[in-house]
Design a binder for this molecule. Structure first.
Ligand code: ADP
Ligand code: MG
Length: 421
């Protein structure tokens, strides 16, 4: 049972390696292998097989090279490369009978695999697994027949069992794994696409509805304005209504555009403190109007990476909401803290607060409790910008007490250092 034992050990090493590869690729989603790196991986596997082969006599090497060959040739289409690699690598271990047999078996296989590859890809997954296993069995049979030309003192039942069973088992397991991962990935992509389409559909319907209202109102007043006998006072009033309606339509479009394009255009180093000061300056008139006092408690330093304009948009939305939640005045406290890895920004208000149900719906498109004065897009924009900047957002709220929004962004260590020096 020497060959069987040896090949089983090799197979288990293969499967353990495969398992770690799966974990690695599952965790590092962004990492994709090119065809050339996959080829190098297959050639390395071939080399490992030949290096750790079972050799009862010096001229014979029995191993699982069939596995990387069949899978690489059929799934990646590098059959000729792999057969050349097998022959060359085998050459390093001596030009003996085993080498001649290897060359005689694998040289034609290179051509056969090359012809099979396009046909193989067109098959359904189940049949692909079946084909790879069958080819594994055929190559196993040919290998044992080749063995009979050598006097290796092997126990033939052992050799037949080992080469009929183990490579095809390995090929079956790995090709099943490949098909499984492929199917999973395809399903995930389809899901993402379906979600996106649904969101775009919903947004389209809601956007047209949201814009149509102010536009209808505006056009109605424009019609009234055509009346030649309209008093100066009335004309002025209608014009201001038209202007207001148009501004509200524009606001919807502006919010939507910021959402629709969440990717960051210009990455820059942002000084959180000065950015927030700027935003507060913009919103100060609104705060004064609502008798809201703004209190700030900023950490000395804090740099993050992002698009300045989007960052400002994000916090204008949050702070505006906070001010709007305090129609009878109150305190708006903005705090920043920094640690080695993160900058945390908190925006607290003493406003009306939210129920749990409201908190859960936060960020949902067109969810607003402000009726005509709200677009229900502000928070959605906030979430999408924070996500694009690798940040996280969470909110706490209590009815009648107030709301706090917490933001956490990764810091830039380089800047941190130069500031401290
Ligand atoms: P809009 O401000 O146009 O209504 P947003 O997406 O900005 O839309 O906010 C959605 C809803 O979330 C608001 O209508 C409001 O009910 C709630 N909300 C957001 N921020 C606060 C806050 N600081 N306090 C209380 N409610 C808030
Ligand atoms: Mg808002």
């Amino acid at each position: 049972m020497d060959i069987t034992k040896h090949l089983f050990l090799n197979l288990s090493i293969f499967i353990i390696l495969l398992f770690f590869c799966l974990i690695f690729f599952d965790n590092i989603k962004k990492f994709t292998l090119s065809k050339s790196s996959l080829s190098i991986l297959c050639i390395a596997c071939v080399w490992l097989c030949i290096q750790f082969s079972y050799n009862p006599v010096p001229s014979a090497r029995y191993d699982l090279r069939i596995i990387p060959l069949v899978l690489g040739a059929l799934y990646i289409g590098i059959g000729p490369i792999l057969t050349v690699a097998i022959i060359v690598i085998r050459g390093f271990y001596g030009f003996d009978l085993g080498f001649v047999q290897t060359a005689a078996l694998y040289a034609p296989m290179g051509v056969i695999f090359w012809r099979l590859y396009p046909w193989f890809l067109r098959q359904v997954p189940g049949r692909r697994i079946f084909i790879t296993v069958c080819i594994g069995v055929i190559l196993g049979v040919v290998t044992v027949i080749g063995m009979s030309f050598e006097n290796t003192h092997t126990f033939w039942l052992d050799a037949w069992f080992a080469f009929l069973f183990i490579p095809s088992l390995g090929i079956g397991i790995i090709s099943y794994g490949i098909e499984f991962v492929r199917r999973n990935n395809e399903m995930q992509q389809e899901l993402i696409k379906a979600e996106k389409l649904k969101a775009v559909e919903q947004m389209g319907a809601a956007i047209s509805h949201e814009i149509r209202n102010p536009l209808t109102a505006a056009s109605g007043f424009v019609q009234l304005l055509q009346d030649d006998y309209l008093s100066r006072h009335k004309r002025k009033e209608y014009l201001s209504i038209v202007k207001e309606e148009l501004i509200s339509a524009e606001r919807v479009i502006q919010d939507y555009l910021t959402f629709a394009k969440p990717s960051l255009d210009a990455l820059e180093e942002l000084n959180v403190k000065s950015e927030l000061r700027q935003i507060i300056n913009i919103l100060l008139p609104l705060a004064n109007q609502n008798s809201v006092e703004i209190i700030t408690d900023f950490s000395v330093i804090g740099f993050i990476e992002g698009d300045g304009q989007k960052f400002r948009q994000c916090f204008v939305n949050v702070i505006k909401n906070a001010i709007e939640a305090m129609p009878n005045g109150g305190y708006l406290t903005i705090t920043t803290e920094f640690s080695k890895n993160y900058v945390t920004i908190s925006v607290n208000d003493t406003g009306i607060g939210m129920t749990n149900e409201q908190l859960e719906r936060l960020g949902e498109p067109f969810y607003s409790t402000k009726g005509k004065n709200g677009t229900g897009l502000g928070m959605m924009v906030v979430y999408s910008i924070a996500r694009a900047m690798d940040g996280t957002v969470w909110a706490e709220s209590e009815i009648g007490v107030g709301t706090t929004f917490h933001f956490k962004f990764p810091t830039i260590p380089m800047i941190l250092k130069s500031e401290l020096n």
